[in-house]
Write a protein of this length. Structure first.
Length: 320
């Protein structure tokens, strides 16, 4: 099966690397110094489950040079979704399945609007990973899992074949007929908890040591869950409590990807995360004071870096 990894960052680099190591035909899209390092020495994946190098992968910055892929793992930052999707619009065959492994709950509609000939699936990547040097992706421990599925809930044989290929690569993967709920479950955590951790500069392990911080984190997730239910998403009544118990039992020492973007002076995915919670909450007249604060605290950083990127004429696609 031929895969195009659209964005060879922490998510695309790790899961694409595992697929390539297992013998799948994998093409990696990257840019700049990262791409030059990949072409020179291959992809080095540092992982808590065992590090490895991909030397035989195909690395490019031009998706039109990739033979028609069966699957695109769409792994760019949410604020680059439109630009990235436009580059695929005229080159993908109708048989290609695009799986968004991005944060947020709105990417699939954007991709489908811009690449109408392709089939677009939703996907959730549970992983702590990032680019730590050109050509190097580091995974910090914790879950290394993909959940994906068709937006219409109809599971086809093609979807099962994709799941099987990922399983052969040693990826913990689950095919679901309710990906919308899975997307929202992740958003509840990453918008609230990820946003709070980014704003505080703390890891989950550090945050959970302080009762006042735990309470704010918990209530932020409760706000987001209330918004999801107002949107008609099937979130169990005890979902936040169960998730919080799991997080408390084994808190990660890793920082969020948004924190890494913040300290590196890059735009943030704040609009797709806390911003989405705030926008939906206003439509349903739900009060979300903690998520409002997270959004207000991080939005100026995002806008500043977007302005700087625009002023410098940069058109680079950032990777997840």
């Amino acid at each position: 099966m031929r895969y195009l990894i659209y964005g060879t960052g922490g998510v695309g680099g790790f899961f694409g690397g595992k697929l390539a190591r297992a013998g799948e035909d994998v093409w990696f899209l990257a840019r700049g110094t990262h791409l030059r390092a990949l072409r020179r020495k291959g992809l080095w994946v540092r992982s808590s489950e065992g590090s490895f190098r991909i030397r035989s992968g195909q690395f490019t910055d031009d998706p039109s040079k990739v033979p028609p892929p069966d699957v695109v793992l769409f792994c760019v930052k949410t604020y680059d979704t439109e630009e990235a999707a436009k580059r695929l619009a005229s080159i993908l065959p109708r048989t290609t399945i695009i799986i968004s492994l991005q944060n947020g709950v709105e990417n699939e509609k954007v991709i489908k609007r811009l690449v109408p000939r392709a089939t677009v699936y939703g996907g959730v990547a549970y992983i702590f990973s990032t680019i730590t040097a050109p050509g190097t992706v580091t995974e910090w421990g914790g879950p290394r899992k993909i959940v994906f599925g068709p937006m219409n809930g109809v599971i086809t044989q093609r979807a099962r074949e994709i799941e099987a290929s990922m399983m052969r690569a040693g990826i913990d993967v689950k095919l679901t007929d309710d990906i919308t709920t899975e997307l929202w479950k992740k958003l509840i955590f990453i918008a609230s908890g990820g946003g709070f951790m980014t704003m505080s500069g703390l890891s989950l392990a550090e945050l959970m040591k302080v009762s006042a911080s735990r309470e704010v984190f918990f209530n932020a997730m409760k706000e987001a869950a209330a918004v999801a239910r107002a949107r008609g998403i099937k979130i169990p009544s005890d979902f936040v409590e169960r998730q919080f118990k799991i997080l408390s039992a084994n808190p990660s020492t890793a920082r969020t990807s948004m924190y890494h973007d913040l300290v590196r002076g890059r735009p943030l995915e704040i609009e797709a995360l806390a911003g989405a919670i705030v926008r939906f909450a206003r439509r349903h007249r739900i009060s979300t004071p903690i998520n409002d604060t997270i959004y207000a605290a991080l939005l100026p950083h995002h806008l500043m870096h977007v302005e700087q990127r625009s002023a410098s004429g940069s058109r680079s696609t950032h990777r997840r």
